[in-house]
Design a binder for this molecule. Structure first.
Ligand code: FAD
Length: 376
């Protein structure tokens, strides 16, 4: 069927595509990899100076410590299994040998021998999940990766193409650049709150996006690095569950290299975290680790703390209230037809099956690139 006069149907050939990938987290980098493999011209724009998004791995003394995602489950996450394998990344099982501690109250603790805390099948990457981001980025053309470049505004041209305003988010210099398509990998809620669309998107659609919780955006993690794994002296796994807090779930964060470590998810909500202040929270967390694992836990050689709720490139005010259970993702994609020909939503929160997880970021990018190429 031929197009109506004056209506541009878009590039007919792969060689005419010019795709902007927005976001340099796992989803954006994977989309870039798939586009490169398909011979499609792309440019990737990441708002922050660093790549990775929610993937954040801190190096210390030869070790690698994850302050964002830690685990993947290769038994039912085929993309993560295949990608990490293809990139030659070594993985290892989450250390969970020994007893788990249940902290029931300020004075009551229960030792559960032989309880692995349901960590069976949870795998980690040597070098942390950051090794995956690094390996992907290293294989992409560095000239196509632009850090410190946020998408500010997106305009749909009467001819059908896109103009993107990209630049520093705080009123620094910006530039308009033309693209045939854009793959947006930032979480839908953040997209609705921070990017302008012209013509404006229907209010109902923006409300729909804003209602999608960004997975783990309200979380905070504390990680303590030690001289030696003293918890093993008592045949403890380093894992604990607590009804007291501030850490509600604690795990051994030791990797194949570098000094041993423990990490915990902070169970205090973002507002209370702000009220108490970071230092008071860290002190309370260390006191808890001493309660659970003994006095050596109070003398870490390093302490890392990452409050994701204060990360402007992830969380919005609405993420202060965490969902009670894993949301059902992937059903909020529908864009008005004129935009749908040019814009593809990706990012983990748009994945139908593995939404919210690392695997979901891969799933969503794969689906977006397939839709793009399928439409040619
Ligand atoms: C504490 C924590 C623990 C987690 N644990 C696990 C786990 O163990 N296993 C698991 O599978 N998953 C886990 N997750 C979830 C996992 O991290 C995410 O599913 C995955 O990293 C999402 O990748 P993404 O690329 O879709 O999104 P993101 O990583 O959020 O990437 C989006 C990118 O877009 C950038 N950006 C934002 N706005 C703009 C803009 N306007 N212009 C340009 N760039 C922009 C951001 O800076 C970011 O880099 C965890 C997450 C957190 C926070």
């Amino acid at each position: 069927m031929s197009a109506a006069p004056g209506v541009e149907t878009g590039p007919a050939k792969r060689s005419e595509l010019k795709v902007a990938v927005i976001g340099g987290g796992l989803g954006g980098l994977y989309a870039a990899k798939l586009l490169a493999q398909a011979g499609v011209a792309y440019q990737l724009f990441e708002a922050q100076a660093r790549l990775g998004g929610r993937v954040l791995t801190e190096p210390l003394a030869g070790g690698a410590y994850d302050l964002g995602p830690t685990w993947f489950w290769p038994a039912h996450q085929a993309r993560m299994r295949q990608l990490t394998g293809a990139l030659g990344l070594a993985s290892f099982a989450q250390p969970a040998r020994g007893a788990l501690i249940h902290e029931l109250s300020a004075t009551q603790r229960l030792r559960a021998d032989g309880d692995d805390g349901s960590m069976d099948g949870s795998m980690r990457l040597a070098g942390g999940i950051g090794a995956l981001v690094q390996a992907l980025a290293q294989r992409l053309d560095a000239q196509r990766l632009h850090s410190g470049q946020a998408l500010l505004r997106l305009e749909l041209l009467p001819t059908g193409g896109l103009m993107l305003e990209l630049g520093a988010a705080d009123g620094g210099s910006s530039s308009w650049q033309p693209f045939s398509h854009a793959i947006l990998t930032l979480p839908p809620r953040l997209l609705a709150a921070t990017v302008d669309f012209s013509p404006a998107l229907p209010a109902e659609l923006l409300a729909n996006w804003a209602a999608v919780p960004t997975w783990m955006a309200g979380q905070a993690k504390l990680l303590a690095v030690y001289e030696r794994p003293f918890w093993q002296d008592e045949q403890l796994s380093g894992a604990a569950r607590s009804r007291v807090g501030p850490l509600v779930e604690i795990h051994d964060a030791t990797g194949p290299q570098g000094p041993p470590a423990l990490f915990g998810f902070v169970g205090v909500d973002p507002r209370s975290r702000r009220e108490h202040g970071e230092q008071a929270l860290q002190q309370a967390a260390l006191a808890q680790l001493v309660r659970l694992f003994g006095p050596l836990a109070g003398q870490p050689k390093a302490l890392f703390f990452k409050d994701w709720a204060t990360d402007r490139w992830l969380a919005t005010e609405r993420d202060e209230t965490a969902p009670r259970q894993h949301p059902s993702y992937g059903s909020h994609r529908a864009l008005p037809a004129v935009w749908a020909q040019r814009l593809l939503l990706a990012g983990s929160e748009t994945a139908a099956v593995h939404g919210g997880y690392l695997e979901g970021a891969l799933e969503a990018s794969e689906a977006a690139v397939q839709r793009l190429l399928g439409a040619l």
